[in-house]
Design a protein around this ligand. Structure first.
Ligand SMILES: C[S@@+](CC[C@H](N)C(=O)[O-])C[C@H]1O[C@@H](n2cnc3c(N)ncnc32)[C@H](O)[C@@H]1O
Length: 246
């Protein structure tokens, strides 16, 4: 492979695919599809329909099966590091087998809680294959959340903290007034003790099942926990994100 395009495709709404992304997609000969073999059919279908709608040329799809990862490690950083190394090896083999332009479609934007760029850098650092690569930005789930709730993320002149559910379990860090929380399987907002906190929550943003709930945290937290559990049960998976402010 002589060139790789890492293309952000937006956080769910097919209309969030940018013109720049479409142009890049149409330079690709092959799309690498990364998965664990258990990807949700709806998300696979979304990617397939994006390609079907925007591609004006022949292309191939090459699956890259992710090596499994220990989800409950004691040494989190070490285990993730080892996993990324094993992934880099698998990617390297697939890249080496191609001649032309390759592309990877990334959910949202590649700069936000996504390991594609780290793996590409690792593949290059191993020195066994060489190629140019370009990143095409996409609409993130943070932007989708702000747009759907019609909110400004930051208070005037104030910073914005972006974090994960795992990090929110001890509450918002000192000095942080506003945070966006992603990757939260545990409803960690219930651990935020501030009585005056507000929340803007969204699930399946941009997808047909999108749900939005907002209000005073203490007044809506039970509803979010209940609705989230019901949705997860009904569909078998959930993607949700929220802004929390005190
Ligand atoms: C692995 S991260 C990927 C983020 C992605 N790169 C982005 O730019 O948004 C996955 C997390 O993003 C958030 N997310 C992504 N798409 C979403 C959507 N359509 N609706 C709600 N949350 C979403 C959720 O918090 C989910 O757990």
């Amino acid at each position: 492979m002589r060139e790789l395009l890492v293309i952000g495709i937006g956080a769910g709404d097919p209309d969030q695919v940018t013109i720049q992304a479409v142009k890049a997609m149409n330079r690709a000969d092959v799309f690498f599809v990364i998965g664990k073999g258990d990807e949700k059919q709806e998300l696979v279908d979304l990617r397939t329909s994006i390609l079907a709608e925007h591609m004006d040329r022949e292309y191939r799809i090459v699956d890259i099966l992710d090596p499994p990862r220990d989800r409950t490690p004691s040494d989190y950083t070490g285990v993730v590091d080892d996993w990324h190394d094993r992934r880099a090896q698998v990617f390297e083999e697939k890249f080496a087998a191609e001649d032309g332009v390759g592309a990877i479609l990334v959910w949202g934007d590649p700069s936000l809680y996504d390991s594609t760029l780290r793996i590409v850098e690792r593949v290059l650092a191993r020195g066994n294959v060489a190629f140019d690569y370009t990143v095409i930005p996409g609409v993130t789930s943070i932007q989708a959340l702000a747009a759907q709730h019609r909110i400004v993320l930051n208070r005037i002149g104030e910073p914005l903290h972006v974090t994960t559910g795992r990090k929110l379990r001890d509450g918002l860090p000192d000095g942080v007034g506003t945070a966006v929380v992603m990757l939260d399987a545990e409803c960690s907002f219930t651990h935020v003790p501030d009585e005056d906190a507000e929340i803007w929550w969204g699930a399946y943003l941009g997808l047909p099942d999108e749900v939005l709930i907002s209000g005073k945290l203490r007044e809506v937290e039970d509803e979010i926990v209940r609705v989230r559990a019901e949705l997860r049960e009904r569909k078998g998976w959930i993607m949700d994100i929220y802004l929390i402010r005190r």
